[in-house]
Design a protein around this ligand. Structure first.
Ligand SMILES: NC(=O)c1ccc[n+]([C@@H]2O[C@H](COP(=O)([O-])OP(=O)(O)OC[C@H]3O[C@@H](n4cnc5c(N)ncnc54)[C@H](OP(=O)(O)O)[C@@H]3O)[C@@H](O)[C@H]2O)c1
Length: 314
């Protein structure tokens, strides 16, 4: 049976698998997307038991939220968990703004684009330079009391900023980069989050696709390819991750599942992870990822996967 996760101290509950939607309407971040694929990705999730949608104003500067809002008209609102993020200020060249009055306006605008009257989880997407973090979260607490949001999150905050944001105990969830090949959060964040009862949602769980096993290590990336700017796709580190995927593929084959399904199952069994939110470009990827929910790893398999990518070169 699929487990039910409670988000922090809130009343929001979620399944352990969600959908990342930066490739739903995120035209400003990823070239070549089309809106029909984006709508199909969201529908595929909701039709295959994946009810938590992770979006943000920044994905298409509102377009991802609008596409999700369009699809949601065909579903019962209470069956879906919307996790949204904001902070980028259109009046300041999209630089982060955490002022209480800006965040309050940002939530109202997001509600309009989503076509709903509440957002289940609202994250401050990025810290700004000068707003005291507890003041920013205080604004979200007032929005929570008003029923416009149901849980409070912060994302991309340094550990000290998370603690400052949580000064009054209002933070329910932190979203940050974490994957089998990027594990700093284990030392830097998890002890505090666990002590405070704050949930953790990792982004880049598939390390932008390298943990799907679809790379050979021999690919040549040009200066315009996004992989050229990602250390996981460079030199010895790239080769070692691809080599590690051979071990993952062996365990996946024994379960008759794909490497991505196995990797996603590892996060679902990781007690530090609340909800894993793999992104997708195509509905077929979502359908495949949804089958992860039926994969159970033995303790030995969990440990084996845990150890595959230790000691990677920088
Ligand atoms: N809070 C933040 O600042 C922040 C930052 C980044 C991301 N996020 C959130 O985290 C989510 C996840 O991050 P992400 O989407 O960038 O990276 P990811 O989940 O690590 O990787 C997603 C990519 O993996 C590939 N993929 C997924 N399922 C696959 C399958 N079944 N078979 C083959 N390939 C598959 C696709 O690559 P191709 O594109 O090659 O098809 C997809 O675009 C985002 O969608 C977003 O919601 C949040």
């Amino acid at each position: 049976m699929t487990k039910t996760i409670t988000i922090g101290h809130s009343e929001v509950t979620s399944g352990p698998l969600g959908l990342g939607t930066n490739k739903v309407g995120g035209h400003n971040l990823f070239p070549g997307l089309n809106d029909d694929d984006g709508r199909a990705v969201v529908r595929a999730a909701l039709d295959h038991g994946v009810k938590t949608l992770d979006t943000a104003f920044m994905y298409g500067v509102g377009r991802s939220e609008e596409l999700i809002g369009e699809v949601l008209r065909d579903y019962k609102r209470e069956d879906v968990v919307i996790a949204d993020k904001g902070a980028q200020d259109p009046d300041q060249d999209l630089h982060p703004n955490n002022r209480p009055e800006f965040l309050t306006r940002a939530v109202d605008a997001a509600l309009q684009r989503l076509g709903t009257d509440y957002i289940d989880i609202f994250y401050i997407h990025f810290p700004d330079a000068d707003t005291p973090k507890y003041e920013a979260v205080g604004a979200l607490q007032r929005l929570k009391e008003a029923g416009k949001i149901r849980a409070i999150g912060v994302s991309n905050f340094k550990p000290a900023q998370v603690q400052e944001a949580n000064q009054d105990g209002y933070v329910d969830v932190v979203e940050d980069a974490y994957s089998l090949v990027q594990r700093d959060a284990e030392q830097q964040l998890f002890p505090y989050l666990q002590q405070q009862g704050i949930s953790f949602v990792p982004y880049y769980p598939l390390a932008s696709g390298i943990l799907t096993g679809k790379y050979t290590g021999d690919e040549q990336f040009g200066p315009d390819d996004w992989q050229s700017h990602n250390p996981n796709f460079q030199g010895a580190r790239f080769k070692q991750i691809v080599a590690g995927m051979d071990r993952v593929k062996d365990i996946a084959a024994a379960h008759h599942v794909t490497p991505s399904q196995l990797v996603l199952a590892w996060y679902i069994q990781n007690p530090a992870v609340a909800v894993v939110i793999p992104g997708a470009r195509k509905a077929a990827q979502v359908e495949q990822n949804a089958q992860t929910l039926s994969v159970t790893l033995t303790a030995d398999e969990y440990q084996a996967i845990d150890g595959v990518f230790t000691n990677l070169p920088d």
